[in-house]
Design a protein around this ligand. Structure first.
Ligand code: ATP
Length: 247
């Protein structure tokens, strides 16, 4: 999916000739010590940052030249370490604003436009309610998003991403700062969405989550690829233990 990616900030080489491949339909992990370059790599994959070198291919199509909103329209979405929800809007409004509207463009010069917009809005509302119900946030639909707990905000951010019907989602630390019960629920939702066809690449420091969810894991250290393989191999890889776990 990405090869030869490089990104420097002044004198800091945050990502250095990094490579990553994610099998379609998989749940893949991206781990590494603090400052290893994981979030920078996510930013490069979605074009939130422009790489100094290297390229990103998504489903066979080069996407490094596309702005992030067009990357999202291709079906590659992401979440953030600190969830980005619209705190002063309700949970439902957050969901409705997350979905890209189709009708405006397709029917802009047609007398059918108001009708189609209303129909599309109804469909979006139904979809939003269905997703909120599936993640246990329907009872909070009319609450301000800012009133949710940190873990619920993470869940809402993932739910918003699902409004796009993504093909692949990059999750930046979905379990960080979340209570254990909600972590289990978040993992169950990830597995369910994966079974429905969504591919995941997950940055996570919680090793129980990474090892139980992921079929394949990539390890970064100081911006470079250190190792990749199935969880059983990564867990026992001496270089990984030394660099990442300090053993
Ligand atoms: P963590 O696990 O702590 O989130 P990470 O593996 O995601 O870390 P990055 O956040 O990608 O690591 O940071 C990699 C390096 O790049 C760090 O040294 C960081 O300080 C630096 N860095 C990241 N973003 C910027 C920026 N916008 N400006 C300057 N330096 C940056």
């Amino acid at each position: 999916m990405a090869t030869g990616l490089c990104k420097s900030f002044g004198g800091i080489r945050a990502v250095d000739q990094a490579e990553i491949r994610v099998a379609r339909g998989s749940i893949t992990g991206l781990i590494g010590p603090n400052g290893a370059g994981k979030t920078t790599l996510f930013n490069l994959l979605c074009n939130f940052l422009t790489p100094d070198q290297g390229r990103v291919i998504f489903d066979g199509v080069p996407i490094s030249h596309l702005p992030p909103y067009q990357v999202a329209l291709q079906g590659l979405l992401r979440t953030f370490q600190v969830p980005r929800v619209l705190s002063r809007l309700s949970v439902l409004e957050n969901m409705l604003l997350a979905a890209p509207l189709q009708t405006g463009e397709k029917f802009w010069n047609s007398w059918l436009q108001p009708l189609r917009i209303r129909q599309e809005e109804q469909e979006l509302r139904q979809r939003a309610w269905a997703i909120l119900e599936s993640v246990g946030l329907a009872a909070k639909a009319n609450d301000y998003a800012g009133a949710l707990s940190g873990g619920q905000r993470k869940l809402l951010e993932m739910a918003r991403v699902m409004m796009h019907r993504p093909r692949m989602v990059l999750l930046d630390e979905p379990a960080a700062g979340v209570n254990p019960t909600l972590i289990n629920q978040i993992c169950e939702h990830i597995v369910r969405w994966n079974q429905e066809g969504v591919t995941f690449l997950i940055i996570e420091h919680n090793m129980d989550v990474v090892m139980s969810l992921c079929q394949h894991i990539w390890v970064l250290a100081e911006g470079k690829n250190l190792a990749d393989g199935p969880p059983s191999e990564i867990q026992t890889n001496p270089e990984v233990l030394r660099a990442y776990l300090g053993q």
